[in-house]
Design a protein around this ligand. Structure first.
Ligand code: HEM
Length: 333
């Protein structure tokens, strides 16, 4: 238990610094430019740059709820199979208890995150929403196919004035559009637009699933509602996909900048020849495909197998237990 807590604190501290550095590249602050080079002048402003508080809150919440959905799905599988029922009930209660708070909270944090992005990186928000014209209020596009060449969207299904209402809280509120910047200053539209929708759709599904689970718990029907357990048993992967989609939005959305307004990605490339990069990239793809497939296979096997009998026994060494008892169990093992 203690090691789990220490790992959780350690990874949160690691996330703090990674996200601070990453956020600085989105919303640089606390520096001054001399001959095209950024020099630090205020470390507080650098570490706590404008997008950092939103990003760390959003990312930590994303990680905890991703883990929460894994626990939720595993507990549902056990309940459906009638395996480890006592443990599964505790797991399900713990997961729902955590997720009913975190999942709706993520929508709120995400909304604030988006408003902050609108202030500092309006072109990214315009790309997320495939919004072209800053002189017109914008609809919220549930679906569209953004066409960068024609500078318009095809097949739009939209909620009229939806985006103006979300981002400005006004019916006719105006938001900067993609046409405000030249075409070579715009991010890859289709990627950002769809990745954003995947993240949001999963976010709303997760929130609805957690709130409904809490409702069933309140009505005393959580363990008996078979269709809910059946659906939830399949959802362990959802958080991972939403996290990847979120990062695709964030990182593709800041293109063509590596450091917003300071350094373009094209100017930051190192003088390594193309084929060398291609070989390294191919190696990454091969190695990670093997590692990820093996990881997914192994995790799935662990879930299917469940707690083995030895692990489910009393712990071998209890705090305050006798040395003799510990020795006996260790020998037995
Ligand atoms: C449902 C409502 C959600 C909203 C309104 C929302 C909003 C946003 C916005 C606006 C960004 C981009 C910020 C930027 O690049 O400046 C973002 C990024 C991100 N989102 Fe979401 N999000 C939601 C749900 C989720 C969910 C469910 C997850 C994962 C479980 C998630 C994980 C992420 C991650 C990992 C990033 C990249 C890191 C970051 O910039 O914070 N989001 N989200």
């Amino acid at each position: 238990m203690l090691s789990a807590v220490v790992v959780a604190i350690g990874t949160a501290m690691s996330a703090f610094w990674i996200l601070s550095a990453n956020s600085w590249m989105h919303t640089p602050a606390g520096h001054e430019m001399r001959d095209g080079v950024a020099f630090p002048v205020d470390w507080w402003a650098i570490v706590f740059n404008p997008s950092f508080p939103y990003r760390i809150a959003h990312m930590l919440n994303a990680s905890y709820r991703t883990a929460g959905f894994v626990v939720l799905a595993v507990s549902c599988r056990y309940l459906l199979k009638g395996d480890h029922v006592e443990e599964a009930r505790i797991m399900l209660h713990m997961a729902i208890g955590l997720l009913v708070v975190l999942a709706p909270l993520q929508i709120l944090i995400g909304d604030l995150h988006g408003l902050n992005t609108l202030k500092h990186q309006p072109t990214k928000v315009a790309a997320m929403e495939a919004h072209w014209d800053s002189s017109k209020p914008d609809d919220f596009h549930i679906f569209a196919w953004p066409d960068a060449k024609a500078e318009k969207n095809h097949f739009e299904i939209s909620i009229p004035h939806g985006l103006s209402l979300i981002l400005t809280h006004q019916w006719n509120g105006l938001i900067p559009g993609l046409k405000d910047v030249p075409p070579n200053d715009r991010p890859p539209l289709v990627t950002v637009f769809f990745a954003f929708r995947i993240m949001i759709a999963i976010g709303f599904f997760m929130a609805a699933a957690a709130v409904f689970g809490a409702f069933l718990w309140w009505r005393g029907k959580l363990f008996e509602t078979r269709w809910y357990l059946l659906v939830m048993a399949q959802t362990w992967w959802m958080g991972f996909i939403a996290v990847i989609a979120g990062w695709v939005v964030t990182e593709s959305g800041r293109q063509p900048w590596l450091v917003q307004g300071i350094l373009r990605t094209a100017d930051a490339t190192s003088p390594v020849i193309g084929p060398a990069i291609a070989v390294i990239f191919a190696l990454f793809v091969v190695v990670y495909s093997i590692v990820f497939s093996a990881g997914i296979y192994f995790i799935n096997r662990l879930i299917v197998k469940g707690l083995d009998a030895a692990a489910a026994d009393e712990p071998a060494i209890l705090l305050g237990g006798t040395l003799a008892a510990a020795g006996k169990t260790t020998k037995g093992a």
